[in-house]
Write a protein that binds this ligand. Structure first.
Ligand code: SF4
Length: 88
């Protein structure tokens, strides 16, 4: 977990998804978009290996608040969002 925020990491084989609860607006884009990966009734609630990494990345990019981010570990398109200098 990142000490400056409450961002948590969920590592999959091809993609790592991170989630910052304090930013989440509960728009449910993630849960509606890919319920096999994002399921708030389950622990852990994010299972990055539940779908193809490309689909996971697509749904993460739809998150309106920036609560969800991802980094591809298989050389696919990413990370999201593109890092700025302040975040390095
Ligand atoms: S899409 Fe983003 S803002 Fe909406 S519920 Fe999921 S994490 Fe929260």
């Amino acid at each position: 977990m990142d000490e400056r925020t409450d961002r948590r990491s969920y590592e999959g084989r091809s993609i790592t998804v991170t989630f910052e609860a304090g930013r989440c607006r509960h728009a449910a884009e993630c849960v509606r978009g890919l319920p096999e990966v994002f399921d708030t009734a389950r622990r852990p609630w994010i299972r990055p290996d539940g779908a193809d990494a490309g689909r996971v990345a697509e749904v993460v990019r739809r998150c309106p608040s920036g609560a969800l981010r991802y980094e591809r570990t298989d050389g696919g398109q990413g990370p999201w969002p593109v890092r700025t200098n302040e975040e390095r």
